[in-house]
Design a protein around this ligand. Structure first.
Ligand code: NAP
Length: 507
C-alpha cells in the first residue's frame, strides 16, 4: 500500500517537508515546482508512515486502498507522474539530487539573530498574507499587525473557495490559529488607504507587506457588457460565500441557460454550484440566501465557453475530474468544430484533453432553450470566443464565434469568468498592464520597507498553496533588508498605532 495525493491538493508542500523519505514531488527545490497542477507521491518509495496525511492542511492525502470512490483515479495519477517512459515524466534534473534517497537535512535560510524587535504589518488576511505571517511568526521574533478591510478575516479562503470544497476551506482553520498568536494584533474592518493612510501604517512599523490580492475582475471589452444579467463570476462566488459587500439579492437564477465565458477553475466552480442539487450544498458554508436562491433556481444548463481547444483549457485536471462526478449532471461537448473531437481522440493518456474521452459529443441547436430533461447539464464549447452580449434591457443571448460561423447562444444570463485583476494599493507604484505592483523579490520597487506577496505581486494565478513559496521569497527579502540595515526606522510607538486603529476601524 502507498498513499496518494488527491483533488484538493493545495501545492503548498507542507507534506514535502514532513516526508521522511522524500517521496513527494516536485519539491520546492525542483525545477518543476509551481508548474505542475498538484504534487504526487511515488508509490515505489512511499513507506506508508502517514506523516503527509497528518500534515496536509486540506485533507488531500489518503492511503490508496481507502481512496473515496470519486478519487480512485488518483492512485494512477500519482504513479503516472513517476513513470519515466511517458512524455510528461519528470526529467532527472527535476527530481533533484535526493530523489529516491534519504535526504540530507537542509536549512533553507540562515536566520538573522543580530537585530532587535521587528514590527511588521501585513495588509490582507487571505492565504498570501497568512503564509507570510506564519513564516515570520515561526522563524523570527517579529511582532505582526494583521489588517483586513473586511469585518471578517480569511480573504479568498473564506470568500473565494466553493462551499462544496470543505477540505480546501479547512486550510483557513490552520491560518486562523495565528490570529490569536501572542505576537499578533488583528485589526478587522480597517482599510489602508481609507480608514488609515499607508504613511500612518508605515510610520508605526519597520516593514509593511501588502497581501491585498486582486480585488476586481477583468472586463471583456465587447458590446453589451453592461446589460443586466451579465455578471462577473467572481461576484457570484462572493455571493454564494456570503461576502459582506455583496447583497443577498445580487444574483437571480431565473434563466434556464447560463453562459459562462472562460473555462478556468472559477468558471468550473460556478458552473458546478449552479447545476448541483442544492440539497448537497445544505450543511456546507454556503450563504443561506444563496442556498434559498439555488432551491428556486430555473437553471437547467450551463455553457462553458473556451477560446482554446480542450488540451489548452485553463481549468486544472483535478477540477475537471471533480465535475465528472457531480450527481444528476450530464457533461456534453459541443461538436461544432471537428478539431475539438480530433484533439480529444488524439490526446495521449496524460494529456488534459484525454479527460473528456467518454463525455458525449453532439452538435447543439443554440436557438432552442435547453429543454426540460430531468438531469441538468454542463456543455463545453471550445474554440469559440464571445463577440457580443445580446439583448435589450435584459440579456437574450451571447453571440460567439465557431466553425459553424457566428452563432447566438440563447441565454438569460452571462457570467464572465475571465480572471481577477489587481487594484492599485494607495500610495504604491502600479503596473497597469499586469495589474500588479512592481517589485524585486517582493520588495516594492523604490520603496524601502514596503513589500508585496500573493496575487498583487505575481498576478491572479495559482491556487492557495502557491502563496507559501511566494511568501517565503518576500519574507526572505525583508529579512535580508533588516540584516543590511536598509529599513527606515519607525517613528510611532506600536501602542499608539493600535489605539489609532481601534479609533478608525468601522465596527
Ligand atoms: P484563469 O485560470 O486565468 O482562467 C481565465 C479564463 O478566462 C481562461 O479560460 C481564459 O481563456 C478566459 N479568458 C480570458 N480573457 C478572455 C476573453 N477576453 N474572452 C474569452 N475568454 C477569456 O482565471 P480564474 O478561473 O479566475 O482562476 C484564477 C486562479 O485561481 C487560477 O490559477 C485558478 O487555478 C485558481 N483557482 C483555483 C481553484 C481550485 O483549485 N479549485 C478555484 C478557483 C480558482 P484563455 O485560456 O483562452 O486565455
Amino acid at each position: 500500500m502507498a498513499f496518494a495525493i488527491t483533488q484538493t491538493c493545495c501545492n503548498d508542500a507542507t507534506c514535502v517537508s514532513v516526508c521522511p523519505v522524500n517521496c513527494i514531488h516536485p519539491t520546492p527545490e525542483e525545477r518543476a515546482f509551481g508548474s505542475t497542477e498538484m504534487l504526487y507521491i511515488d508509490p515505489k518509495t512511499c513507506i506508508d508512515c502517514g506523516a503527509c496525511t497528518d500534515a496536509c492542511p486540506v485533507d488531500a492525502v489518503f492511503p490508496v486502498d481507502s481512496l473515496p470512490v470519486d478519487q480512485r483515479e488518483y492512485a494512477d495519477i500519482n504513479a503516472a507522474y513517476f513513470e519515466r517512459a511517458g512524455e510528461e515524466a519528470p526529467e532527472a534534473d527535476d527530481l533533484g539530487p535526493n530523489f529516491h534517497a534519504w535526504s540530507e537535512p537542509t536549512f533553507e535560510r540562515v536566520l538573522p539573530s543580530d537585530f532587535g524587535p521587528l514590527r511588521v504589518a501585513i495588509v490582507g488576511t487571505g492565504p498570501a498574507g497568512m503564509y507570510a505571517a506564519e513564516d515570520l511568526l515561526l522563524h523570527t521574533r517579529a511582532d505582526v499587525t494583521l489588517i483586513d478591510r473586511l469585518p471578517v478575516a480569511g480573504g479568498l479562503v473564506r470568500h473565494g473557495v466553493a462551499p462544496d470544497h470543505p477540505a480546501t476551506k479547512r486550510v483557513g482553520d490552520a491560518f486562523a490559529r495565528f490570529h490569536t498568536h501572542p505576537r499578533v494584533r488583528l485589526h478587522l474592518g480597517l482599510e489602508v488607504g481609507g480608514d488609515i493612510t499607508a504613511e500612518e501604517l508605515a510610520a508605526h512599523h519597520d516593514a509593511v507587506i501588502y497581501a491585498v490580492g486582486a480585488a476586481t475582475d477583468r472586463r471583456l471589452g465587447i458590446p453589451g457588457e453592461e446589460r443586466t444579467g451579465n455578471v462577473s463570476a467572481t461576484s457570484v462566488v462572493a455571493w454564494y460565500n456570503g461576502h459582506p459587500e455583496v447583497a443577498p439579492d445580487a444574483v437571480a437564477l431565473s434563466a434556464e441557460r447560463v453562459v459562462v465565458i472562460g473555462n478556468g477553475n472559477v468558471a468550473l466552480d460556478v458552473a458546478r454550484i449552479l447545476v448541483s442539487d442544492p440539497e448537497t450544498l445544505a450543511g456546507t458554508t454556503i450563504a443561506p440566501h444563496a442556498l434559498a436562491e439555488l432551491r428556486r433556481s430555473k437553471v437547467r444548463e450551463v455553457v462553458l465557453l473556451g477560446r482554446g481547444d480542450p488540451e489548452h483549457a485553463a481549468y486544472t485536471r483535478s477540477e475537471l475530474l471533480a465535475l465528472r462526478h457531480v450527481p444528476g449532471v450530464d457533461l456534453i461537448v459541443d461538436d461544432h468544430d471537428p478539431r475539438v473531437g480530433t484533439t480529444i481522440d488524439a490526446a495521449g493518456p496524460k494529456e488534459k484533453a484525454a479527460l473528456l474521452r467518454g463525455v458525449a459529443r453532439q452538435p447543439v441547436d443554440w436557438s432552442l432553450p435547453p429543454g426540460a430533461a430531468e438531469r441538468r447539464r454542463i456543455v463545453f464549447r471550445f474554440l469559440s470566443a464571445p463577440l457580443e452580449i445580446c439583448g435589450d434591457e435584459d440579456i437574450r443571448g451571447v453571440r460567439v464565434t465557431g466553425a459553424d460561423g457566428e452563432v447566438e447562444i440563447s441565454a438569460g444570463m452571462a457570467l464572465r469568468a475571465i480572471g481577477y485583476r489587481g487594484v492599485p494599493p494607495a500610495g504604491l507604484p502600479f503596473d497597469d498592464a499586469a495589474g500588479t505592483v512592481p517589485h524585486e523579490g517582493g520588495r516594492v520597487t523604490g520603496r524601502a520597507g514596503t513589500y508585496v506577496v500573493g496575487w498583487i505581486k505575481r498576478g491572479p494565478s495559482g491556487g492557495i498553496g502557491a502563496n507559501r513559496a511566494c511568501a517565503a521569497e518576500t519574507v526572505g527579502t525583508l529579512l535580508a533588508d533588516v540584516v543590511a540595515g536598509v529599513l527606515p526606522a519607525p517613528t510611532g510607538h506600536p501602542k499608539s498605532f493600535h489605539r489609532l486603529a481601534r479609533r478608525r476601524r468601522r465596527h
